[in-house]
Each structure stands twice: as structure tokens, then as C-alpha cells.
Design a protein around this ligand. Sequence first.
Ligand SMILES: Cc1ncc(C[n+]2csc(CCOP(=O)(O)OP(=O)(O)O)c2C)c(N)n1
Ligand SMILES: [Mg+2]
Length: 324
Amino acid sequence: MSYDKAFKMSMYRNMLEQRVFEKAVQEQYEEGNIPNSAHLYLGQEAIAAGVSMALRPDDYILPSHRGHAQILAKGCDMNRMMAELFGRVDGYCKGKGGSMHLAVAEHGVLGSIGIVGCNMALAVGAGMAAKKNGTGQVAVCYFGDGASNRGTFHEGMNLCSIQKLPVIYALENNHYGMFSDYRDMVNVEHISCRAAGYGVPGETVDGNDPWACYEAAKKAIDRARAGEGPSMIEFMTWRHNGHFEGDPDAREFLFRDPKEHEAWLKRDPIVVVRKQLIDEGTCTEDEMVAMEAEVRKQVDEAVAFAHASAWPPVSEVYTDVYAD
Ligand SMILES: Cc1ncc(C[n+]2csc(CCOP(=O)(O)OP(=O)(O)O)c2C)c(N)n1
Ligand SMILES: [Mg+2]
């Protein structure tokens, strides 16, 4: 597929915003300003960018526990995202959702989730609602290689398949669960082959190549919108950091192979696409530098916004926690 300059620059910007935002989350976490656990998305940005660029604003996503960047990429506001991670009143959930219960109804973000794999069942409900209402919306469920071994994967995929629901199962295979290499945890080369067992198309693509991610997502989304049912895409990738902030494996390599890590770092999607766009003449170095400065400023403002936002009042501790 060939893309125009505006599309290519939007794709790069989407990835860059995720990267700079997550780096700021890392710094703020280390300074003690983020009172949650934080599972960063560094290195996986091409997936959320490629998928989001293929979605409509009113489509649904069901983020995973590694969800900040998936949510940001969908078009959410950086200031309100950062304030939410800080636990402040100006956050999307008034500070009560935090990193792993972050929902943004107006952007179709049905809530990140700390219980690994349960969003695969919730995606069935989102798909049923879209089908029943005839809105043409689709639901993208983000999950990991570890989560693919949960029962909800099989139950969800089967139900979506028999009911032809507009759901896209987006498996981010970053090679590891918390500390387990997926190659020790499944007995197939590509987890996407499991989709065939449910009569669902499944494919494995390079999750560090945003164009490949976009094309696979677009195909699955078009199919879902046309009423032809769910698809599964396995995006092969690698997280640059540990499983969570504070994970000693990030520096000491207790579980991962440092050589494999180095090889994947050379395939950093941000570095590769930046070079690609300049080398092919899509943009100049100066244009890139200007975009990078803009994104840096936007993220700095989000951090300042979060710091300036108040803590939720104690009197509201039970407000908005349960639906009436
Ligand atoms: C049901 C459940 N079991 C275990 C955990 C603990 N846990 C949190 S993240 C994680 C690993 C998830 O791995 P994967 O699905 O590959 O996602 P990744 O972290 O690699 O993005 C586990 C086991 C949990 N949160 N929920
Ligand atoms: Mg994983």
C-alpha cells in the first residue's frame, strides 16, 4: 500500500506521542508521583499506532494492563491521561481508575484491566452491542501472549465466531508473560494458528512495523464492519523495559537474553520509521526535529497539568465507584 505524507507523519507522531508520554510516566513513577503500578509500552508503539489509525473515533477498544499507550493512541487527551495516572481529580476517572482501570467512554475506551485476559470476554459484550445497535462500530481487544493461555481467550473467540461479532483480537506477542518466555509456554510457533480452531482468520505480522500493523488491522476491521465476524492478529514485538516499573529484569536480565534484547532494540519502531521517512524524502530532518519539540512540549504540559490538579476530596471516596 502507498500512503501520502500526512498519513505517514500522523503514524510517526502517534508512535512518538506514546513513546514520549511513557518515558515521562517512567520518570514520574520513579519520582513517586504515580501511586499505581506501571506497565510501560516502550517498544510496542507500532501496534497501537497501526491499529488506531485504522479505527473510527467511535470504535471500542478494550486495553490490557499495559494500556496507557493503547488509550493515548486512540485519541485521548494527554493532560487528562497523566492526571489520571497521578490519581488527581482532572483525570478521566477523577483519579479513581489509575493505570489499570482507566476508562474513557467518549473515546470508546471501555477500560484497561488488571485481571489478565478478562477483556477477551468483555469484548464479546462490546461486539454484541455494536451488532445489535447496527452502528458499524468494531471492538479491538488488546492482550498478550501470556493472556492467550487463559480460558477467556477460547470462550470469547468461540462466542464471537458463532455470532459473527465485529471483534478484533489483537495479540501483542512481546515474547514474555511476566517472566515466562512464550516459547516455553505454548507448543505452537504462531499463537495465531489457534484462531483456525474457532473458524476465525488468524495471522502473524511484524508488530514493530506500523505499516504492517495498519494493513492487518484495516483488513480485520473492514471484515468486521462488513458483518463477516471476528479476526485475530498476532503482532510480534518486544518490550524495551521490564514487565513492570521496578522489575529487576530490566537491568539484570534474569529472564531475557541480553543478545536477543539488543537485536530487538535495533528494530526500535520509532528509530526505524524516523530514518525511513527522512531517507525516502517524505520529510526533512528539520521537520522531524520540529515535531519532536512539539510532542516534548505537549508531554511537559501534561506533567505540569497533573501536578497542578487537586487530589479527589475524601468526601467523594464512594462517588462514581458503582453504577446505580
Ligand atoms: C488472571 C491474572 N493472572 C495473573 C496475573 C498477574 N499478571 C499480571 S501481568 C501478567 C503477565 C501477562 O503477560 P502477557 O499477557 O504476555 O502481557 P504482557 O505483560 O507481556 O503485555 C501476569 C501473569 C493477573 N494480573 N491476572
Ligand atoms: Mg507478553
